[in-house]
Write a protein that binds this ligand. Structure first.
Ligand code: FES
Length: 174
């Protein structure tokens, strides 16, 4: 007879009063019956406070907004900007969607990973870099394209430009 192991549950997370107050300010921006509209803002708050969004944090947000936990998880996993685990000081997202792939996006990702000695989604041991593939960043004509720390878009990232970037970022922490 086949046995099924019981699903492990993330330990419950108690949000601080300050966090709940920030959530409430976001919820207040929407009609009372549309609290779920604040989900992205609440995820951003949790990430700002903790560095990433854990399953327990998703559950806490779901409870606060009256949403199904899976609906919150769908939002977390849809957007590259939400981290599902701790990331390095520099989060490097290299676009590997088809238009970029046709112009060496996958090679750019492989180059960064090889230079830093990590696998995709991996972080360097010194905690400086996390490298991730990303979905389309909306600048396909500039491929290969990447995003640093969810803010700075970089275009035409040849191996030489990637090397320069890594050197520059490392130098800032030397
Ligand atoms: S496919 Fe890479 S920016 Fe659009």
């Amino acid at each position: 007879m086949m046995e099924f192991s019981q699903a492990t549950q993330a330990p419950a997370l108690t949000l601080s009063a300050a966090t709940l107050e920030r959530f409430a300010r976001e919820v207040a921006k929407y009609p009372a019956d549309q609290k779920a509209s604040a989900v992205m803002a609440c995820l951003a708050i949790v990430q700002q406070e903790n560095g990433f969004v854990s399953p327990a944090a998703e559950d806490a947000i779901a409870a606060f907004l009256g949403m199904a936990p899976i609906a919150v998880h769908e939002v977390t996993t849809f957007y590259n900007m939400y981290n599902q685990q701790a990331v390095g000081t520099y989060k490097l997202n290299v676009c590997t969607n088809l238009p970029c792939q046709l112009r060496d996006g996958d090679k750019a990702l492989a180059h960064v990973c090889s230079k830093l000695g990590v696998e995709p989604y991996g972080s360097t041991a010194d905690g400086l870099f996390t490298v991730q593939p990303s979905e389309c960043l909306g600048a396909c004509a500039d491929a290969p394209v990447m995003l640093v720390n969810d803010r700075q878009m970089l275009s035409f990232m040849s191996n030489e430009r990637l090397d320069e970037l890594l050197q520059l970022l490392k130098a800032q922490h030397a």
